[in-house]
Design a protein around this ligand. Structure first.
Ligand code: NAD
Length: 501
């Protein structure tokens, strides 16, 4: 028998469901575990009210539907699905838990998300003629519950699920596996991992082209078109348009000759003026959640990049009573930061040396801070990024310049810099608002998700105002015409709050 894991290993997930839904989902999971080739038998055991699983080489596992750990603190209708691996090899344990983690959402959970995204979920009412019926869609949007509402909406707008492909960016979101499972098991949508991006794109093109259709890309971070243009240029003609949701995606397509129109939600007024504060707030809230024993009030912080996100981060930190310095390589932004009352300087080294920040928040969107600057920080300082993936800090340089690098689990990575301080890169340098979190509240993100779908519709309809290349002005116009911002104002503006409206 292969090496045994230290038993028992337990995986528990809380679901919100009616009792019927909960037992149906548990039964479905038991069936999926049973078809695992390592499983010999799966039987209901009345005595323990659980499914008992026997593996082919004698290993054992169990699946139980239980009450939540703390029923008084749990939301109404919470049930806990507990999978326990009692005996077997690490590989068997991994296969067992992989199946258990891939749990689709219940109807109750989906209905709650739909209620929280009224703009996105009602888009099909605006366009009942199914404008997306003749197009394929390739998406790389963050894997959160809100994304499922966007997918439902795109399906309602006519996309055939067989002509939709989702790239999982492999961020450690709160519900990554459940989102993947929902897309695959409930909708039959193809999901590819970021590490297999190119194969995913090729598979999508083949499938959709075979049906005589072309595709729109809905991207968040410039994943698809740069890969297509560099590695599959002969396939570029398959795509009729690109909707991009974030600035780093715009940076990635800069310098490339885009043969198709870019609907730039990333650069829209809607995104810059309404969403940035929410992202900054979510980023700082998650930072504080990861550091419950720290007291940051009164201490020094440094914000790198005084753009849309950095500006709001600086203000949120100021509201948290930190002493905030700002560095931006663009002199106009630096002056703006200075005139808004932040400590600034033209030399980053000098600013770090004199201000000695315990918290550094990177909002530049590309490499902004490395080992040389980190060595100037006080001991036990924290680096936090809001930038897509792990581009903001030079992690290789930090590693090379350290005597010891420690994986601190959910917190991040610790670096004991040679002859310098010990610092922690929170969330391993990935954007902190998504780190085991759902970033913005669904009601906030609703507007941007609806905006992405508006872009897909405009591109699928070949709106003549969208020309190959960037289309910031046309994007603003089309978003305004769609009426989603009016609805947002109706929902959350003065009239909604009982003001004078
Ligand atoms: N975490 C999220 O949810 C989320 C959402 C949107 C955007 N983003 C990320 O945030 C990044 C910033 O977005 P934004 O809209 O604020 O961009 P922006 O272009 O408005 O701001 C970037 C700022 O960085 C400055 N800058 C550029 N290079 C610099 C350097 N080396 N040192 C210091 N400053 C420098 C620029 O002058 C600019 O002021 C994006 O690239 C994206 O990756 C994250």
């Amino acid at each position: 028998m292969p090496a045994s894991v230290k038993p028992p290993l337990v995986h528990a997930v809380d679901i919100i469901a009616t009792p019927d839904e909960a037992s149906h989902l548990a039964g479905e999971l038991a069936t999926r575990l049973a078809v695992n080739p390592d499983v010999q038998s799966m039987d209901w055991d009345e005595a323990t009210a659980s499914w008992r699983c026997v593996l082919v080489d004698g290993g054992r596992g169990r699946l139980t539907l239980a009450a939540p750990a703390d029923p008084a603190a749990a939301a109404a209708n919470t049930h806990r699905l507990v999978t326990t691996f009692e005996q077997g090899s690490p590989a068997e344990a991994e296969a067992f838990f992989a199946a258990a983690r891939h749990l689709p959402f219940t109807d109750t959970e989906v209905a709650a998300a739909v209620a929280e995204l009224p703009l996105t979920s009602r888009l099909a009412d605006r366009w009942p003629d199914k404008p997306l019926a003749s197009t394929g869609v390739l998406l790389t949007i963050h894997h959160m519950r809100d994304f499922l509402v966007l997918v439902d909406s795109l399906l309602a707008l006519g996309v055939d699920p067989a002509h939709m492909t989702v790239i999982d960016k492999e961020y450690p979101y709160a519900h990554t596996h459940r989102v993947d499972a929902h897309l695959v098991q409930r909708h039959g949508i193809a999901v590819w991992r970021y590490r297999d991006l190119r194969e995913g794109i090729e598979d999508h093109i083949e499938r959709v082209a075979a049906a005589g259709k072309q595709s729109v890309v809905m991207d968040d971070g410039g994943y698809v078109m740069p890969t297509v243009l560099r590695e599959l240029p002969e396939q570029a003609g398959h795509f009729t348009g690109l909707v991009e949701q974030t600035t780093s995606g715009i940076r990635k397509v800069e310098g490339l000759e885009l043969p198709l129109p870019l609907f730039s939600v990333a650069e829209s007024d809607m995104k810059g003026m309404i969403e940035s504060y929410g992202i900054a707030d979510a980023a700082i809230r998650n930072t504080l959640r990861l550091l419950p024993d720290e007291k940051l009030e009164g201490q020094a912080a440094l914000v790198l990049g005084f753009g849309r996100i950095g500006h709001e981060v600086a203000r949120v930190l100021e509201m948290r009573r930190m002493r905030v310095a700002v560095f931006d390589s663009d002199i106009t932004r630096l002056v703006a930061a200075h005139e808004e009352g932040f400590l600034t300087g033209r030399s980053l080294d000098q600013l770090v040396r004199t201000h000695r920040p315990r918290l550094v928040v990177g909002c530049v969107g590309s490499r902004s801070f490395g080992a040389r600057e980190a060595r100037l920080l006080p001991d036990r300082s924290f680096l936090v990024s809001t930038t897509s993936r792990n581009f903001e800090f030079d992690l290789d340089e930090l590693r090379a310049g350290s005597t010891q690098v420690t994986d601190r689990g959910v917190l991040g990575t610790g670096y004991q810099l040679t002859g310098g301080p010990e610092i922690v890169v929170l969330g391993h340098g990935m954007p902190i608002n998504f780190h085991y979190a759902e970033s913005l509240s669904n009601r906030y993100v609703d507007l941007v998700l609806a905006g992405l779908a508006v872009g897909a519709v405009a591109l699928a309809r070949a709106d003549a105002r969208l020309r190959p290349g960037h289309n910031v002005a046309a994007t603003n116009l089309i978003l305004a015409e769609a009426g989603i911002v009016d609805d947002y104002y109706r929902l959350y503006g003065p009239a909604a709050g009982g003001g004078r409206g």
